[in-house]
Design a protein around this ligand. Structure first.
Ligand code: UD1
Length: 337
């Protein structure tokens, strides 16, 4: 039977790609978004891709009454929960903004779910919960004892709350720990929309190439890695979105339980590798300088994503070149939408 899924933060970067993936699999989607880091226009663009209207409720998930009204109006089978602040640096400067929004949001959402007897959740977490790791690849059994930022703390606390509810409250939960999502939908209708100066590498690269930023600063080339720059596991956002559809099916098939999955490509690329891939696919030379290390950066981290491959039957289909190609196409908005 056709399922109805509530997607919080469904107009955001990963949320919007996931709504497309769900609609393409004939899932009925209800989006809740407070537009704090997205725009309403994204709903129209999703429809331009899939041909299916987006049922949108502009609601803040920390508002229990408004959220409950959505659950009363719709018949919801499960929830994919993205809505959260996500800037690591900002979380260090404004921790309470993060605790209030991300943790309150999770608690309110789960309470409203429980009141309405909806007990299946896929939760958007991050590899940041692994902290300052030295050994990669990292699998899901790696300890998650201390977060490196308040943002990371909120992910850890929310994971723990979901695990509690799975153990004691009859919930079924899937926790997805993303590595570094980049790229955009091949239509260039949706992608990452950073507000102001981007914190993340790929939007900074594409904005520099587009002439919006003067030059990229590579944060350190004196790390103990082959070219001295940090290594990350970059994953195409469309691959990541598809993993959510599989995770949801998996969650519905579970007994009362909670499972954790890493979502990464299982390969590490340095900052310079990413720049080279971008230059190759765009045909543009990128203006960049080597600067100081950024506080809080982990030297190198990439995923062992074999659990997702085995249990979700999911693997990445897009390589680094395609990530850069679609990110650049999105930046240049090469196709009308
Ligand atoms: C971090 C988290 C990730 C989280 C994300 C949210 C870790 C290991 N990863 O990603 O889980 O979802 O934040 O924002 O904690 N870089 C530059 N110059 C720039 C920008 C970035 O050299 O202008 C470098 C960084 O030093 C890093 C790499 O590019 O080595 C990727 O950085 P970024 O895109 O910000 O993501 P992470 O910090 O890895």
């Amino acid at each position: 039977m056709k399922k109805t899924i509530l997607v919080t933060g469904g107009l955001g970067y990963i949320g919007s790609h996931t709504v497309v993936a769900l609609q393409e699999q004939n899932v009925n989607v209800i989006v809740v978004d407070n537009l704090s880091n997205s725009i309403k226009e994204v709903a129209r663009r999703i429809t331009a891709i899939t041909g299916i209207p987006v049922k949108l409720h502009i609601v803040d998930i920390t508002d229990a009454l408004a959220l409950d009204a959505v659950f009363q109006q719709e018949t919801i089978d499960g929830v994919i929960h993205f809505a959260a602040h996500k800037a690591v640096g900002e979380s260090v400067r404004q921790p309470f903004k993060y605790y209030r929004n991300n943790i309150d949001g999770m608690i309110t959402l789960q309470q409203v779910m429980q009141q309405n007897n909806v007990k299946t959740m896929v939760f958007s977490s991050s590899c940041t919960v692994y902290g300052d790791t030295r050994r990669s690849p990292i699998d899901e059994t790696h300890p998650v004892t201390e977060a490196i930022s308040p943002y990371g703390t909120t992910k850890l606390v929310c994971e723990q709350i979901l695990k509690d509810l799975c153990k004691h409250g009859g919930f079924k939960g899937v926790i997805l720990r993303y590595f570094n999502p980049v790229g955009a939908h091949s239509s260039a209708c949706i992608g990452e929309l950073p507000l102001g100066v981007p914190d993340n590498l790929v939007p900074y690269i594409t904005q520099t190439a587009a002439g919006i930023r003067e030059k990229l600063t590579v944060f350190g080339n004196d790390y103990d890695t082959p070219d001295g720059t940090n290594i990350r596991d970059y994953i195409h956002v469309v691959d990541l979105a598809k993993a959510h559809v599989k995770a949801l099916d998996f969650a519905f098939g579970m007994q009362q339980n909670c499972e954790v999955f890493n979502l990464g490509a299982g390969k590490g690329y340095s900052v310079l590798d990413v720049i080279k891939a971008f230059e190759k696919v765009s045909g543009k030379e990128l203006a960049y300088v080597i600067g100081a290390r950024r506080a809080g950066d982990v030297e190198q981290i990439w995923a062992d994503a074999s659990k997702a491959e085995q249990l979700l039957n999911w693997t990445c289909q897009h390589d680094l070149d395609e990530m850069m190609e679609t990110a650049w196409k999105w930046q240049m908005a090469l196709t009308g939408c």
